[in-house]
Design a binder for this molecule. Structure first.
Ligand code: GLU
Length: 322
């Protein structure tokens, strides 16, 4: 029996939301609502030093301003609770322990520099691939810590040849495990990794469909391996969508202050123009026109989403500010 549709919006409050994040969240929301599913708001604040309460507050308030809603999780003004990853470290730690007990996680004392310098380390799209230096090197975490004098990380023992999955936007995906390497589960600064936290939460929160940026395609391969290793049920459907780029043709980032939702809102832009531009840019509207998210649910289909990145130009910004 298929599970009821559940999706999530998962902002990371380490920067202001920009048009790129907003488009991904809009598409994720439309997909869930078009499946009559429940939407979870989850705050991905595991990187404690970089995440800020005012950015969490801004993300919650700006997504609501756009016209998105959610069934569980915090709203603006709410204190951190069970849908804030920063409160869930015990859950992640238990899962790490389970992997360690099964021999699927091992302590690693390599620094980033060690990995870069390992002459045999091939480079993939995401930098140096971990060459497995600490696989089988230490008897225990304590042993690794004593010998190295540093707090070790934990890595996943990533076995198997390749990972296949169907992506509802990108099609059939096949990723060779050797291009990914053993990845970090728990960081040397005592924080869970994104891969561990997101896998555990998507499973425990019953998420059935995940839509996110195409940069996370390889993360999905890692996460599928983690679901299997933890004996957890993976989401059934995946969709990795193109980016929004700034006028210089770069993937939108924090430097693009004028394209932050905060700036657009403060300079009087109407949210229906933001939604209209994002929906039109994704191929969901034939003409550039203001729109509310709920008006787009009926016609939504993943098949309509274009495969190309969208470049925001001066003309688009002028239109937003009309
Ligand atoms: N927290 C991530 C972001 O803000 C999303 C991660 C995910 O969807 O798995 O980009």
């Amino acid at each position: 029996m298929s599970r009821p549709a559940v999706g999530r919006l998962a902002p990371t409050p380490s920067g202001w939301l920009h048009l790129g994040n907003a488009r991904t969240f809009l598409l994720a929301w439309l997909w869930v609502r078009s499946c009559h599913g429940r939407v979870i708001m989850r705050i991905e604040d595991i990187d404690r030093p970089r995440c800020k309460p005012e950015l969490r507050e801004a993300a919650l308030s700006e997504l609501a301003w756009l016209g998105l809603d959610w069934d569980v999780g915090p709203h603006a003004g709410d204190p951190p609770g069970e849908y804030d990853q920063g409160t869930r470290f015990e859950v992640y730690r238990r899962c790490l322990q389970k992997l360690a007990d099964a021999g699927l996680a091992y302590p690693c004392t390599c620094t980033r520099k060690d990995i870069e310098q390992a002459s045999s380390a091939p480079h993939g799209d995401e930098g140096a691939i971990y060459p497995g230096t600490c696989r089988g090197r230490w008897d225990s975490y304590e042993h690794a810590k004593r010998e190295s004098g540093i707090e070790p990380a934990w890595r996943f023992r990533f076995e198997g040849a390749s990972i296949h999955f169907l992506d509802d936007v990108s099609g059939d995906v096949s990723i060779d495990r050797s291009t990914l390497g053993d990845f970090v589960l728990w960081r040397r600064d005592d924080l869970p990794s994104y891969q561990l936290a997101v896998t555990v939460d998507d499973a425990l929160m019953g998420v059935t469909q995940v839509l996110r940026g195409r940069d996370l395609l390889t993360s999905t391969a890692r996460q599928l391996a983690l679901y299997a290793a933890l004996g957890l049920q993976a989401p059934a459907q995946w969709a990795h969508v193109p980016f929004v780029q700034d006028a210089q043709g770069r993937r939108m980032a924090k430097r693009d202050g004028d394209l932050s939702l905060n700036h657009l809102r403060e300079t009087g832009v109407d949210p229906s123009r933001v939604v209209g531009l994002l929906a039109w840019s994704a191929g969901l509207l034939a003409d550039l026109q203001p729109a509310a998210p709920r008006e787009l649910v009926g016609d939504f289909s993943l098949q309509r989403i274009g495969k190309e990145d969208f470049v925001v130009t001066e003309e688009h910004l002028t239109w937003l500010h009309k």
